[in-house]
Design a protein around this ligand. Structure first.
Ligand SMILES: Nc1ncnc2c1ncn2[C@@H]1O[C@H](COP(=O)(O)OP(=O)(O)O)[C@@H](O)[C@H]1O
Ligand SMILES: [Mg+2]
Length: 421
């Protein structure tokens, strides 16, 4: 308590002092008025006492919020923006920006403009810099004046194709200058195109089994109405097609769930031996049906990474399922895990001894809907989304996938995780 009071006292005195100085003129006139009144009414000291009371009250009363200070700050801010140069503002804009005079000559280009379009000699006509006919028309329209706003989509093809939204605005009143701002739309366009492709692919994948089911329903109602053997065969195909559609929808939902999930660095310590072992148990029945034996080659001690257990389960489920599905002719699949020799990585390899994957397909396997069709005899067994999901999850784990394959000898899919610390 003592200490607090001690540290408070000097503060109290300095702030009282400051208040007295700030209000010195008001105080002085009040004191003079009191003393004059005192003298006028016989000098009984009452006026002097009131004056002293005034001074003490002014020093000690807790100040209210004065409007003075914010006003000072506002004035400062306004002064700062008034003295700011137009070129300072133009440089602060991260998109390419040109300022041109009334005859269409460039009088200023910011740094972003030089990076995107090369250095511009001052005085160069805009129409010489941008020779595309649509830009010529646009610049002419802007120079003619009239009511804005002016905007145009413009594609720069060299050295890289980039799509811009260009807008032009007059500066100030009667300055004759106008500003041309280029907003890069390339990334947004690429995402739009990807989304459209994705929807087209997903619809196509769903329509194929649907069309097949619709065809069989028609046949069952018509020509195969009284053929119990054909009916049984067709119903089986229809059932396969519906499960294919269900798988596709499950995979699509999985992907979209991953995409909307906020990115958080995985923090759980997960023992890879447990995850891979768990997947092996979950797939045991299916592996047996395909005539495949899954062998584990794991270290005796825990092999930990930082991860989301369920997501990692999904990764190895996809990889082991693929190995059993596409490599079943090899009869066995080996899942092995180890530390890298220099300790920097934790490595899991899923190896099969099946037909292998032609080299040219390997870089594209993780694309959505990508499947390798080898010969007409190989039926479509999957959705083509499995490895896309694997890649997505691994990226979230700072991990990577490497694929090796030799025709006739089999394939190996290897996941490299960073060490946990
Ligand atoms: N172990 C493997 N051996 C041979 N081909 C494989 C193997 N793993 C994947 N593939 C090929 O890669 C394609 C993409 O796999 P994936 O993305 O998991 O989709 P899906 O299994 O749903 O078809 C598969 O269609 C298959 O052609
Ligand atoms: Mg798969």
């Amino acid at each position: 308590m003592n200490i607090r009071l001690k540290s408070l006292l000097p503060d109290l005195f300095t702030s009282a002092g400051k208040r007295l100085v700030r209000h010195r003129f008001v105080l002085a006139s009040s004191v003079i008025a009191c003393l004059t009144l005192d003298l006028a009414y016989g000098g009984r000291g009452i006026g002097a006492a009131i004056a002293v009371a005034f001074i003490m009250a002014a020093a000690l009363l807790v100040p209210g919020r004065t409007a003075e200070k914010p006003r000072e700050e506002r004035r400062d801010g306004a002064t700062r923006i008034e003295t700011l140069l137009a070129t300072d503002l133009a440089e602060a804009v991260q998109d390419p920006l040109f300022v041109s005079n009334a005859s269409g000559d460039i009088v200023y280009a910011n740094e972003a403009a030089s990076v995107a379009f090369g250095t511009v000699a001052p005085g160069m006509p805009l129409q010489l810099k941008f020779r595309a006919p649509e830009m010529h028309d646009f610049i002419a329209r802007v120079m003619e004046g009239g009511a804005g706003p002016f905007g145009i989509d413009y594609v720069e093809r060299v050295p890289l194709e980039r799509a811009y939204r260009v807008s032009a605005t007059r500066i100030g009143d009667g300055s004759g200058l106008f500003v041309l701002l280029f907003r890069d739309q390339s990334e947004a366009r690429r995402i739009d195109r990807m989304r459209a492709d994705f929807i087209a692919n997903a619809s196509h994948e769903l329509r194929t089994p649907l069309a097949s089911i619709a065809g069989f329903i028609e046949t069952l109602r018509g020509p195969a109405r009284d053929d119990p053997k054909a009916r049984e065969a067709f119903l089986q195909i229809m059932q396969d097609q519906t499960s294919r559609m269900a798988r596709l929808i499950d995979d699509l939902l999985s992907l979209s769930r991953l995409e909307v999930k906020p990115y958080g660095k995985p923090s759980e310590r997960v023992d890879l031996r447990m995850v891979v072992g768990g997947v092996r148990d979950a797939l045991a029945a299916r592996a047996k049906d395909s005539g495949v034996e899954i062998e584990l080659d794991m270290p005796p001690e825990p092999l930990e990474v930082l991860g989301h257990r369920d997501e990692l389960f999904q990764v190895f489920e996809n990889l082991l399922e693929n190995a059993c599905k596409y490599g079943s002719s090899g009869g066995r699949v080996v899942a092995s895990a180890r530390k890298a020799a220099d300790g920097s990585e934790r490595i899991v390899t899923i190896r099969d001894f099946g037909p292998g994957i032609p080299e040219e397909h390997i870089p594209r396997l993780t694309e959505r809907f990508y499947r390798v069709e080898i010969g007409a005899g190989r039926p479509q067994k999957g959705t083509g989304l499995g490895l896309a999901i694997v890649k997505h999850i691994l990226t979230r784990h700072d991990a990577r996938l490497s694929i090796r394959s030799k025709m006739g000898e089999g394939s190996s899919f290897t996941v490299h995780f960073p060490a946990p610390d």
